[in-house]
Structure formats: C-alpha cells, structure tokens
Ligand binder design. Sequence first.
Ligand code: ADE
Length: 242
Amino acid sequence: MRIDILTLFPGMFPGYLNESILKRAQEAGLVEFHLHNIRDYATGKHRVTDEPPFGGGGGMILKPGPIFRAVEAIKPADEACPVILLTPQGRPFTQTVAQELAQQERLILICGRYEGVDERVRQHLVTDEISIGDYVLTGGELAALVVVDAVTRLLPGALGAAGAAETDSYATGLLEGPHYTKPADFRGWQVPDVVRSGHAANLARWRREGALRRTWERRPDLLETAVLSEADKRFLQSLAEE
Ligand code: ADE
C-alpha cells in the first residue's frame, strides 16, 4: 500500500512513522509513506497557502489551488484512489472504516488547518472526509497519523503475532477482556488459576466471558451489534442478574 500525506507541516510526521510497527511495516515493504508539503504547490513570491474567508468571519481558509495542484502532481488523472480530507466534519473513523481503507492499494490524505479548506476542495477533489472524534484539533495531522496507524497494522504481516488484529477490541465487536503476563504473583496480587492452567477450552471461555463482561460494563451499546452465541447470551443474562 502507498499512502501520500499532504500537509503544511511534514516535519510533524517522521518521528511517529519511523518507529515500531509502522517502521517495520515500511522495512518489510508492506507500506510506503510519502509526505508532501502543500506549500511547495503554492505560487508567488510568498507561496501563500491560506487567505481570509470571502465575506469576513475571521480565521484563515486554505486556498484551493495549492491543494489541487499537489493532488494532481502525485496522482495520475485516471487513477481512482480515495482522496481523504481529515476534518471534524467528516464521517466518524471506526475499526470498520480502517478495515475498508486497508483494502486499498493507495490512499491520499489531506490535512486541513486553520478554520478549514475552501469548499471547492470538498466538492471537486476529495472523495471522502473523515473525523477521528467529536473534538477539534489544531489541524488534520494527528488525525492522519491515527488513520495511518490503524490502517497499517491491519495490513497482512504488519503485526508480529499472527492473528493479533483479529482479536482486537472492536474487530470482534467486543472490548477485549483482561490480559496477564509474568510474574504470576505481583505484590500479592495473583494471576487467576484458569489463565495459568493451560486448559485451552476453559481459557477460551474465560476470555470470552471477560470480553463480554468488560463490554457490558463499559460499552453496552456494542452488544447490540456484536455476534453472540447462545452461551454468550446466557452469560450476559447472568451478569444482569448479579
Ligand atoms: N481536524 C481537526 N479536528 C479533527 C478531527 N477531530 N478529526 C479529523 N480532522 C480534524
């Protein structure tokens, strides 16, 4: 997969992209990141990228020209790939959206800044708009990193432990239950026997019930769409009666 990121602040990215799983995914040839400075596509002596809005109202608006030229320079006109604007007005980013984007060969991400972007970018250039949550950041850069991270870890081979992405919270429709590692006794707090027993079927049921309990406690809304067995439903019923 190739991901192009258009931003006024490319210097914000390398630290995050070049560590840990994202670094390994690049080294393994699973993903390429290409950063583009929108200012390089601005014209005139001062390479202006933003202007006040027509009609007043305060704030600065990103001009359409530099953003259009940047996309046109990096994408052949006949190549249909998602061109995504990061904006608080976009559709909510979820694990399902990450899975959808992970199927693409290429993504182009545009980081908005200031009060917003000229409406013609929305109307005639971008194919999708994504928000990472109901709060306003100073720009789309962190949102682009969130999308890049969530998508890259889904690429086959990106995670060390095979299958780890399949049991993630949200991939199963449930939150994950508790996890433990060594030591078995930490300051007198013991790891539950079932975890240490090595009894696969008991452990699988314990994990499932842990996920159901946590979801029931913290995000009961997720239970409405999760795929539940009859045993799951009986367990949830027992929680309700506790
Ligand atoms: N830019 C500013 N806030 C944002 C948000 N919540 N999601 C995506 N892009 C943004």
